[in-house]
Design a protein around this ligand. Structure first.
Ligand code: NAP
Length: 296
């Protein structure tokens, strides 16, 4: 029997994910805080609900794709939240990027109602959400993942079971640490070359394929040379995720000096009102300290 899917949060990511679920033939009930954002999916055949609770009442697998930890807490545990409508035996799947600790708390609250939870944050951005090629990092019970896998298959390409509840979020945050430090490495290398008077596009051509090569150098450096800072992944979301990393590492007395430094450097971008630019705008902070601009 086809599972009935609920989807809460139709933002940049949630809406195209919903389209892919409809495309794959799943019966879909949706809710979004700003109700007008439901219109497009309703026109495509989804049912619009009046609250997250109503979504839960009508669904077997309930997906949340909202912004941050307090937002997932609100739509799952708050007034009119999923927990008030969900039936025993259903599954809640949070695909937002949020705190591992809060994830464990939500999973425990749902377990009391005999409802399983998966944390399943994604990478691949808006493009991956539209094309159905997201990478999905899953925390929770392996058998529950197998039940939900056909739903994930409609939205993503690489689905990896990392471990128990919250390990998907841990994986996503580890991903973010590597992303920002790659961005910092790229920024310093490009600014050094520019300040030294080198032709930065030649430098890029030479180093891309060697030991310094990275996804950032391949995908972001050419945009920096064109001074195109359109996102991609916005500075505001990057800072939100690094904040989650810092929170989790504080709880473990874990020192992450490079990540902490990058978080502080990116505050300059926030002070300059550049939160809406791509995360590789980090180069602008290094440029400002050098008094030089990286350009082709
Ligand atoms: P977005 O476009 O800002 O959408 C956020 C959605 O959450 C909107 O539907 C918003 O409703 C809803 N929302 C936020 N707070 C809420 C609350 N307290 N109660 C009810 N609804 C609430 O964000 P997004 O880019 O889709 O990102 C969603 C999640 O995916 C985030 O955790 C993000 O870190 C993660 N993610 C994003 C990307 C990316 O490239 N964008 C990539 C990977 C992961 P309204 O419409 O009413 O505002």
């Amino acid at each position: 029997m086809t599972e009935k899917i609920g989807l809460i949060g139709l933002g940049i990511m949630g809406k195209p994910m919903g389209k892919n679920l409809l495309q794959a033939g799943f019966p879909l009930t949706v809710w979004n805080r700003t109700a007008s954002r439901m219109d497009e999916l309703v026109a495509l055949g989804a049912k619009g609900a009046a609250s997250p609770q109503e979504v839960a009442e009508q669904s077997d697998i309930i997906i949340t794709m909202v912004s941050d930890s307090p937002d997932v807490q609100a739509v799952v545990l708050g007034d009119g939240g999923v927990i008030h409508g969900v039936r025993a035996g259903s599954v809640v799947v949070d695909m937002s990027t949020i705190s591992p600790q809060v994830t464990r708390e939500i999973a425990a609250a749902l377990k009391e109602k005999n409802v399983a939870m998966l944390d399943a944050p994604v990478s691949g951005g808006e493009k991956g959400a539209i094309e159905g090629t997201l990478s999905i990092m899953v925390g929770g019970d392996a058998a529950v993942l197998e039940r939900v896998r056909p739903v994930f298959d409609a939205m993503g390409k690489r689905i990896v079971h990392i471990g128990g509840n919250s390990m998907g979020q841990v994986c996503k945050l580890a991903n973010q640490i590597a992303v920002v430090l790659n961005n910092l490495a790229m920024s310093e290398a490009l600014v050094f070359a520019a300040k030294s008077g080198a032709d930065v596009s030649k430098v890029l051509e030479a180093i891309q394929a060697g030991a310094a090569g990275s996804w950032a150098l391949t995908n972001y450096a050419p945009k920096i040379l064109r001074r195109d800072f359109s996102p991609g992944f916005m500075v505001s979301l990057q800072q939100k995720d690094l904040n989650l990393v810092m929170e989790a590492s504080r709880e473990m007395n874990l020192a992450l000096p490079g990540t902490a430094l990058t978080y502080e450097l990116q505050k300059a971008l926030q002070a300059w009102d550049l939160e809406g630019e791509g995360n590789f705008a980090l180069v602008k902070v290094i440029e400002s300290m050098a008094g030089v601009q990286v350009a082709a």
